[in-house]
Design a protein around this ligand. Sequence first.
Ligand code: LLP
Length: 420
Amino acid sequence: MGIFSVNNNELYIDGISARELIQKFGSPLYVYSEKIIKEKFYKLKKSITYKNTNILYAMKANSNFQILKMLAREGCGIDAVSIEEIEIALKAGFKPEKILFTGINLSIEDMKRAVKKGVMLNLGSLMQLKFYGEYFPNTKVSIRINPDFGSGHHDHVVTGGRSSKFGIFISKDDRKYVEEINRICKKYNITIAGIHAHIGSGIRDEEKFIKLSEIILDIAKEFNDLEFIDIGGGIGIPYRDNEEEFNIEKFGNDITERMNNFSKEYGKNIKLMLEPGRYIVAEAGILLTTVYDIKETPLYKFVGVDSGFNLLIRPLAYGSFHKIINASNVEDDKEEVVVAGYICESGDVFTRNEEGIEKRAISKIDIGNILAIMNAGAYGFAMSSNYNSRPKPAEVMVYEGKVKLIRRRETIRDLLATQK
Ligand code: LLP
């Protein structure tokens, strides 16, 4: 994507140098590109020509208010997983009818609050469906199914299949719960308006989605009053240079064809919904961090930076790879280093793979250099914490040489604010 450039050996992000950003806003810093977010949203939108399609942004990936407002203006909807996400999305300008609430283990209170706001619920268990029916008879609801298969970049993010806690288990051949759903619906006069499945996250093989859509559309025939089908989120991005991109054109064409056929057969123009998070924001985000220490053991050359897994937990949580560029010295000879954070745990190392710590070839690093940890826009700030009593960093948005502060840096006051 054309927003990165090198000038005088320094990294520029959509026309602004990393050095200038750090000088203005301090280190560490989350930087987002407005251009990339919009580009990715429209790339996905254009790939699906099926007329009745809604993209629901999975705001768990990055719920920065300005990013939400921007996506609301572009006509996007929201996949929300908590009542708080609903409240934030409504404030950001999303209409309740464009929000789907896929809450897990919901209390009746959660359900009441969502219903009161006019947001449809998407329930993934028979018991939750029953509770819903008792409290909200004569209404519409959506159900999340577990189609007996899942996929994803790591076990922790696979959300379909027999060991998964998600959804009502309805597979190609095992339909015993359909009867139970119909019984609950009849008892409380509730209508199943949508069928949803989200099978996992970080999936770069479009065939998985084709298979999923076929299963969902087949199960959908069991229900007579559907308004929409939701195939969830999960579209992956290439984190490593040698990883292939998700074939968005093929995905769009195949899904469109299947939806057109299904709607004809069903006798109604059923809405298609999908819930991408990572696909829209991951590549738009960079975590900038400054080098404060360099040391060696017989095994590694450690480069110590002013951030850690409190700000980007993906390497530690999943062994995820994030490309690291020395933004202060982009084009020098490379040396093999291990980039380590400032958190007091030995696991706090950014250069990892699924087996553990790995050396990474990065152009020569000096004290005071700024490192750019790439593809950090999804599940970066969103999963950050105050561990070690570290305040969360600022977030800024860049666009064609201009920069806006979109979240101020936390201070010690914020850390103390909720405590007695
Ligand atoms: N819909 C539902 C119901 C979900 O649970 C998720 C993600 C999404 C949509 C969006 O998935 P995406 O398009 O972003 O893959 N923290 C992990 C990812 C966890 C995903 C959780 N659910 C990571 O950093 O890889």
